[in-house]
Design a protein around this ligand. Sequence first.
Ligand SMILES: Nc1nc2c(ncn2[C@@H]2O[C@H](COP(=O)(O)OP(=O)(O)OP(=O)(O)O)[C@@H](O)[C@H]2O)c(=O)[nH]1
Ligand SMILES: [Mg+2]
Ligand SMILES: [Zn+2]
Length: 357
Amino acid sequence: MKEVTNEDMGYSDFFESNRKKLKLDEFSVARVIAEYKGAYKVKNSIGEYFAKVTGKKIFNALSREDYPAVGDWVSIKEQDEEWAVIKEILPRQTLIKRKYNNKNGIQIIATNIDVAFIVEAFGRDFNLNRFERYFAIANDGGVVSAIILNKIDLISKEELDLKLSQTKNRFKDIDIISTSALTDIGLEELKSYILPGKTYCFLGSSGVGKSSLINKLLEENAIETNEISFQTNRGKHTTTGREMYFLKNGGIVIDNPGMREVGMTNADEGVDNVFDEITELAKECKFVDCSHVSEPGCNVLSVLKSGELDEGKYYNYINLKKETEFYEMTEVERNEKDYKFGKFIKKAKKDIKKYKN
Ligand SMILES: Nc1nc2c(ncn2[C@@H]2O[C@H](COP(=O)(O)OP(=O)(O)OP(=O)(O)O)[C@@H](O)[C@H]2O)c(=O)[nH]1
Ligand SMILES: [Mg+2]
Ligand SMILES: [Zn+2]
């Protein structure tokens, strides 16, 4: 078998020159390929290790951005065959992150990504607006987006052509690949889109088929996939961590937990209608990153106050937004935020009451 080099895993002059600049010559480099409760898995041409960050590094960490994330190139010191310590994170070329609305900053989705695949599926509430949120997240971190329309086996050829032309018209500069992880249509096209040594991050709602597509690309069922369960309140979220996989053709892909869109108290109202109305109102907010909870000059709040925006709708929106972020978090982040999430909703309700009186 051919030796796998760090370059095969995405290492480049960019990282090497920074490693030199930071005088990290005495350490090996490795790529973070998975994140677990309080630990990471890192990989380089020598092998794979479980890794932790040093106590000193945790102590000095100012924000989530100071911690390693899947995709990072890090300097490590090997402890034994199995364990290593992460000494430094090499500067990131790109970074996909989400901002929280509360002051606690950000959540890193993945780093050093070349292309973000935004996956959407037929057989659900297919909606073009949803793409824009993902494009914004990718763009913000310097990452190019491409669209994957999955589950095309569920619709007719005519329907597909129509949806495809609508999507192309709306997003003229974005590449679109249509696939079925069930019948394999489009998989060859997807494979040839993925270049050796480049890193691709799969983003999209829960159940659209991100893990199924990656399994097909890997040509094995490496990742568990599942039907979405609407029975339980919190639902089933099949992929819960972020993990990197290496394809036979040399491409590198990262699977992510999706966002769930159940959890709306009035499911039949439809997430998108709620979103559309509020997104439209939000354009008039004073601050671009307005969370519509307590900011001055918030148009959503003022329309809410006037009674023109349904209160139930508003709470659904706020709840959904928090839940969406919550479901996209890794276990570590969740434990941290679990408590704050409940408190946030309580505070939001109190703030609104205050505002209305
Ligand atoms: N009909 C059809 N079903 C598909 C296709 N791709 C995936 N599925 C099914 O959709 C369900 C969800 O697929 P997953 O791959 O687990 O979805 P996911 O996006 O990884 O979901 P999370 O991990 O929860 O974010 C599974 O039951 C898959 O078998 C497809 O192309 N066509
Ligand atoms: Mg999955
Ligand atoms: Zn606002």
